[in-house]
Design a protein around this ligand. Structure first.
Ligand code: ZN
Length: 406
């Protein structure tokens, strides 16, 4: 984590400012941060490998471990791991301060380590118990806790060649060229819809192995890649090394970002895994500047019933639930100034069409991409459109653009 990331972070529980109380830097200096004015001149944005972030409002503390801050709400924290890190950093923060942090941590709910959950059914049962515990012990109930803990426990499944394997090289999949084409094309469309200025700060939720954050960074923007599963982020970090953009392990429903610090939010194949979408959407709107924009590149409403999705949900306990424009509008209900529009992409097997049909379909596609969804519905009756989509091998992926206006 580069220290400049702290300027964007907030406590996931009370939204108070976070202060870097201690840090082990890439230069192997273990220091109390406030004493480092001299070093700052030499390293204006130093890499923090391990550290402690303390909330100025509620005094909760959060670990920065192996270059990634872990900013989970109480019921998703791993208390044992956190205390181990605090022990290592006690010499830097002072034993009295470390003890005060330790006792604060002792008040947190006792959640089992998601990294050592056993496989399959027993894991799901553990998560169900944990979810129950979370509901009992926190002020805000979290019915989605079992899905979240399943995502966090994904470390032991990450080598599954069928599901997680291709993600490691994303957006490229040498074994399936169509996957590569589709991923790059969808990213290109999402980037166009984001309509960012150079240097724009973009929250990239569910960034996973973080190729989307990497490409946003290479495109001249300042992405903050966020994922609930830190195992994914570790793989991304190993791939990108020192060129890595900001990465944060956190729960998007408890967004640990300062109010009004973002220009845009991107969810690329990610929002359909989020259990409480209105809560996540409220967090985006809070963290966005005005005007601001959210782009969701997600599968449509039929996604959850596709055999592959059902299989993944049963196997890994992850939520797979696509969405329609109406769904997205419902996630924004009660948020003043929110507007939603929908864009589609079409997939064509050009080789299967004669030249004339190809030209006509090109024109239809170009026209369809320019016409707003409401007007398109008025010009083309639903049934005709459905037939047309089918004949053009319509892809179920879609883009929702949610605007925050003043
Ligand atoms: Zn706090």
């Amino acid at each position: 984590m580069r220290r400049s990331l702290v300027g964007f972070l907030a406590c996931p529980v009370c939204l108070g400012d976070l202060e870097l109380a201690a840090a082990v830097r890439a230069t192997n200096i273990c220091v109390a941060e406030k004493k480092q004015d001299k070093a700052d001149l030499q390293f204006p944005d130093p890499e923090v490998v391990d550290g402690i972030l303390v909330c100025r409002s509620c005094a909760r503390w959060y670990p920065v471990r192996d270059s990634i801050p872990e900013l989970y709400p109480d019921h998703l924290r791993d208390r044992v791991r956190d205390l181990e890190l605090l022990k290592c950093l006690a010499p830097a923060v002072g034993s009295e301060f470390a003890e005060s942090l330790r006792s604060k941590n002792a008040d947190l709910p006792d959640v089992p380590d998601p990294h050592v959950c056993s496989e399959g059914e027993s894991m799901l049962r553990t998560n169900e118990r944990t979810a129950g515990k979370a509901r009992d012990k926190t002020a805000a109930p979290d019915p989605g806790a079992s899905f979240k803990l399943s995502e966090m426990a994904i470390a032991s499944r990450i080598d599954d060649p069928d599901f997680f394997g291709p993600g490691r090289t994303a957006p490229f999949n040498p074994a399936e060229p169509e996957y590569t084409t589709r991923s790059i094309r969808r990213f290109g469309v999402a980037l166009t819809l984001l309509d960012l200025q150079p240097g724009a700060v973009v929250l990239d939720i569910g960034t996973g192995y973080a190729w989307t954050s990497e490409w946003l960074s290479r495109s001249g923007f300042v992405p903050i890649g966020l994922d609930i599963c830190r195992s994914y982020l570790d793989i991304g970090l190993r791939r990108m090394g020192a060129a890595s953009p900001h990465l944060v392990a956190a729960d998007v429903e408890n967004l640990p970002l300062k109010t009004g610090c973002l220009d845009a939010v991107l969810a690329f194949d990610a929002f359909h895994h989020v259990p409480d979408r209105p809560a996540a959407m409220r967090g985006f709107f809070r963290a966005l500047k005005t005007p601001g924009r959210i782009v969701l590149a997600e599968p449509g409403p039929g996604h959850g019933t596709e055999p592959a999705s059902v299989d993944v949900m049963e196997k890994y306990g992850i939520l797979e639930k696509g969405m329609s424009r109406r769904d997205v509008a419902s996630y924004c209900r009660g948020i003043p100034g929110a507007s939603v529009r929908e864009h589609h992409i079409f997939k064509l097997a050009f080789g299967s069409l004669p030249d004339a049909a190809r030209t006509v379909s090109d024109l239809i596609l170009a026209a369809a991409s320019l016409v707003p969804a409401r007007l398109r519905r008025a010009l083309l009756p639903e049934k005709t459109l459905a037939r047309l989509k089918k004949s053009l091998r319509y892809s179920d992926y879609r883009f929702f653009v949610v605007e925050k206006r003043g």
